[in-house]
Design a protein around this ligand. Structure first.
Ligand SMILES: [Zn+2]
Length: 164
């Protein structure tokens, strides 16, 4: 069941970008109001991808954000890499604290579960029917359905809409 993997280059990405004012806006899929694309078998941030395709580096815990604050903008000249701490500052100290507390609680609840964030991601991205996914991960079919409808294991990205 090898599915064909899409491998993007700056050229194939450019086909889905349109110049709007000062910015280059992504015309494709958005996840949490950020440009995303299927690349090498998984969903990836378009900004991060362009950043890497331009030969730039990004460390663990760093995020590519846009200086122009345009949610759909993927213009390389508008990109800026920030650390997790800087991102928290941008998001506002108050919001950052609340989000990390919520995240801690959720992560604690998940301990001891058969699932981890990676398998949850796989379940969400997979196009296999629920009865196949539940066999792969040793969980119930209703759990697969609940994950896919985002009723459980809600996406915990801390700064939805801002980072990557
Ligand atoms: Zn921009």
């Amino acid at each position: 069941m090898a599915r064909k993997q899409m491998i993007h280059t700056l050229e194939t990405l450019a086909a889905r970008i349109e110049e709007v004012g000062e910015c280059d806006e992504w015309q494709g899929y958005h996840q949490e109001r950020m440009p995303y694309v299927h690349h090498r078998g998984r969903m990836q941030s378009v900004r991060r991808l362009i950043w890497l395709l331009m030969g730039k580096k990004i460390e663990d815990g760093e995020y590519v954000t846009q200086k122009c604050r345009n949610g759909s903008c993927v213009k390389f000249e508008h990109m800026k890499v920030v650390t997790h701490q800087e991102m928290t500052k941008i998001a506002g100290t108050h919001v950052g604290k609340a989000a990390s507390r919520k995240r801690k609680i959720s992560l604690a609840r998940r301990k001891g579960s058969k699932l981890d964030e990676e398998s949850v991601r796989q379940i969400r991205l997979s196009t296999d029917p629920a009865h196949v996914e539940c066999l792969k991960h040793g969980i119930g079919r209703s759990t697969v359905i609940a994950i896919r409808s985002n009723r459980i294991w809600k996406d915990l990205s801390m700064f939805g809409g801002l980072m990557r």
